[in-house]
Design a binder for this molecule. Structure first.
Ligand SMILES: NC(=O)c1ccc[n+]([C@@H]2O[C@H](COP(=O)([O-])OP(=O)(O)OC[C@H]3O[C@@H](n4cnc5c(N)ncnc54)[C@H](OP(=O)(O)O)[C@@H]3O)[C@@H](O)[C@H]2O)c1
Length: 391
């Protein structure tokens, strides 16, 4: 029996993970779950999945849930609660599916205590990839990607010696705005931006898909996961989203991973690896491939992809600054405090003010994250002042 902890259980990745665990009762058992504040959904998950430990990041909500469950389950609060769950002696695998940066330290502690990690939260690798992968090696554990493109690369690379790999390519559907020009993007509604054509995901990653920042973050993620230089990584837009990634080999052959768009598949593989278990999911309908299209991404229409590549080239703390500025800009957009087309401007101006330092420590990374969020917020406020007409 593989014993699992799920960080971010109330979100899109978290609920899919609980579905996978419930569908494999002879192979998987749930030890604990964690969320930020959504105690309504947590209470339902406690009733249905019976975890032993629940971590609620916000202290007030943790206290409210504690009163509600009346001793039936252990409820912990804050980052300490996340850490306690992620390092619990009864846990074999920690699924990290939180948004935001707060799970970084609990993730590091989980690696240090030898837990196997199934990682969906790409921002944590973007912020601290060098540190995380070094700790994974030092502690002799493994970090299996859940992000569908990286799960696809991980699968296609099984049994392939690294020196035989020429290039790794992540595909992307192009997101909700792929068909629009810049002029039309200036007028998109939030409803359009949040309506992803292929995947049902949380709001932050859905906006990242619309700006194509998501593909940029994925290239940085792939750099760390597979130890590849940027020059050997690429992005192809494939609107049908049947092929999730491609591995080009030195002899000109190419390996692909194909499947329906359902995160339960990469999540289950991260939990079952190196085995494969049956799922109730449909296979690929081969006739759907007859309409498959492939395009180069367009950095003019999607400047966030270019910004991510620039940060990756700068290295060190630049990627932490990129991710934090992007996070601040995306949430400001979702709160109606920033125009959609201003997201890349805020990120670019933040990066211009950042002097990256190489081989950052955890402290350097957290300080950069704080600084970039604050800088981005100031830039967002300055834009608001300009756009509000004087009385
Ligand atoms: N969704 C996908 O298909 C997908 C695919 C690939 C990668 N990812 C990555 O997976 C991560 C999660 O994405 P998502 O779409 O599942 O997001 P989401 O639906 O917004 O869910 C986020 C989850 O994280 C929890 N959370 C946030 N801050 C927390 C904290 N400080 N402590 C504990 N829990 C916290 C939230 O709890 P509350 O509900 O209480 O706020 C929620 O459970 C992101 O990094 C994303 O890039 C997602």
């Amino acid at each position: 029996m593989i014993r699992v902890a799920v960080l971010g259980s109330t979100g899109s990745i978290g609920t899919s993970t609980l579905d996978v665990i419930a569908s494999q009762p002879e192979r998987l058992s749930l030890v604990g779950i964690a969320a930020r504040s959504n105690i309504g959904v947590l209470a339902q998950q406690i009733a249905r999945h019976r975890p032993r430990l629940v971590a609620v990041f916000e202290a007030e909500q943790a206290a409210a849930l504690r009163r509600q469950v009346n001793g039936a389950v252990l409820v912990r609060a804050g980052v300490e609660g996340l850490r306690e769950l992620a390092t619990h002696p009864d846990v074999d695998i920690v699924v990290v599916g939180t948004s935001g940066r707060e799970a970084l330290v609990p993730l590091i502690r989980a690696i240090e205590s030898g837990k196997r990690i199934a990682l969906a939260s790409k921002e944590l690798l973007v912020m601290a990839g060098e540190l995380i992968m070094r700790l994974v090696r030092e502690h002799g554990t493994s970090l299996i990607p859940v992000d569908s493109e990286h799960a696809a690369l991980f699968q296609a690379l099984q049994g392939v010696p690294r020196e035989e790999v020429a290039r790794l390519i992540v595909t992307g559907s192009g997101g909700p705005l792929w068909g629009l020009d810049r002029a039309a993007m200036a007028h998109v509604t939030r409803q359009q931006v949040l309506h992803h054509p292929k995947w049902q995901m949380g709001p932050k990653i859905t906006v990242d898909s619309a700006t194509l920042m998501n593909k940029g973050l994925e290239l940085i993620e792939a750099q760390w996961l597979f130890g590849m230089t940027l020059s050997r990584l690429g992005v192809i837009i494939h609107p049908q989203a049947l092929i999730h990634a491609l591995v080009e080999l030195v002899d000109g052959s190419c390996l692909a991973q194909l499947s329906v768009c359902d995160m339960r598949l990469p999540i289950q593989y991260a939990l079952s690896y190196p085995q494969r278990w049956p799922t109730p999911l449909p296979g690929v309908r081969w006739q759907d491939l007859s309409g498959a299209q492939f395009f180069e991404p367009d950095p003019e229409r999607f400047p966030c992809l270019r910004l991510a590549l620039e940060a990756a080239r700068a290295g060190g703390t630049a990627c932490a600054a990129l991710s934090a500025a992007n996070d601040a800009a995306v949430w400001a957009y979702l709160r109606d405090e920033l125009a959609f087309l201003d997201i890349p401007h805020v990120i670019a101006e933040t990066l211009q003010q950042h002097a990256p330092s190489a081989h950052p420590t955890l402290d350097d990374i957290l300080k950069t994250d704080d600084w970039a969020r604050q800088t981005a917020q100031e830039l967002i406020r300055a834009r608001q002042r300009v756009s509000v007409p004087a009385a």
